[in-house]
Design a protein around this ligand. Sequence first.
Ligand SMILES: Nc1ncnc2c1ncn2[C@@H]1O[C@H](COP(=O)(O)OP(=O)(O)OP(=O)(O)O)[C@@H](O)[C@H]1O
Ligand SMILES: [Mg+2]
Length: 392
Amino acid sequence: MNALIVSPDTETRAVIQRLCARRTPPIVVTKEVPPMPGGDGGVALAVPGLIFFDARGDAAMALKSLEQLVTRYPKAMILLLAPTHSPELLIAAMRLGVREVVAAPLNLLELEQAIDRVSERARSAAREEGKILSVVSSKGGSGATFIATNLAYALATIGQKKTLLIDLNLQFGDAAIFLSDARPAMTMSDLCAEIGRLDEQLLESSLLNIEPNLGVLAASPSPDPDDSVRPDHVAAILALAKKHYDYVLLDVGRQVNAVTIRALDSSDLIMPVLQQSLPFLRNGQRMLEMYSTLGYRRENIRQILNRQDEDSPITVGDMERGLGHRIAFQIPNNFDVASASINQGEPVLKLARSSNLSKGLIEIVRSLTDAPVPGAKSIIRRLFVRNAAMTD
Ligand SMILES: Nc1ncnc2c1ncn2[C@@H]1O[C@H](COP(=O)(O)OP(=O)(O)OP(=O)(O)O)[C@@H](O)[C@H]1O
Ligand SMILES: [Mg+2]
């Protein structure tokens, strides 16, 4: 996100600039200027999502300058630095749409927290609704949880997307332990028990945080005792989640029930996971028939072939012909890395960045996000450039 800093004080501008650079992802300050009479000094190089406006000093001039900025950048969120003793200024600023004020003299912690609040609001306002991806197991042990968890991690880290993973295996869901050995304080059933007060804060506080931009809503460690997770709860959680996350991944597992069907109804993409064997092929065909009965469009179904094996007697082509549907993605067979990752609760990308499993995951991220993804080539090029520089 781009930011514009308007302050007469060099030291204040430097402090804000430093705090912005430290955010994840960083806030890029495209311009810093002192406030000008008439406000023209606020012309930024890029349209700012966030404006830091220092209103200390001449209140009338500050308001005039602020008004001009608001007219020029109506969508920007504004963080006002203001003297506490001027309620008139604050009221006028509020009327102009300012929703976040930090009182002078500046307290660094307060300023930092305000920046986080206002930048998150700016991001939500700018963000298109997130995408919901359902990873479904065609048959027990397909690797759906392994792929859902590792893809969520890859989207958050390689793809730099704000990502939420929800474990919809209501009987003994195990997604959280694929990514961390920490115990989640709250689970899906706990959140559904509080559904009446569902909002962004409650959702956030129910998550196990894996990375700053990756949270997991874990399944209850015991089978959902009182059927507390209902289809309308899932629909409400997903509707909220897509407003605040770029990607919402669901580990749907292999159960077909009212809850999982409601989740699939809300999904942008359904990703069944299968392997090269006849039982998987048969179940895969049945699932495609069921999706067609439920009215899901074929182009929204992306088959993932897991444990892909060149030497298997059933080839990828056989699977595609049998299914009558393309295999969109392939994840190779690599038992050593997969089981080490699961047993240690460490995502594959963290544990074995250069493994063939990581490459398969990165390829899915690239295809879903269209993001340029750092690959082996760029590392070689960097080394090459560095060596070339040394010999120059
Ligand atoms: N690409 C892979 N290569 C090798 N082994 C794999 C791969 N993917 C998954 N596995 C192995 O398969 C096992 C089952 O994986 P996982 O628990 O993700 O499947 P699932 O479909 O979620 O199963 P369930 O139906 O029990 O929920 C894991 O223990 C893992 O060791
Ligand atoms: Mg599973």
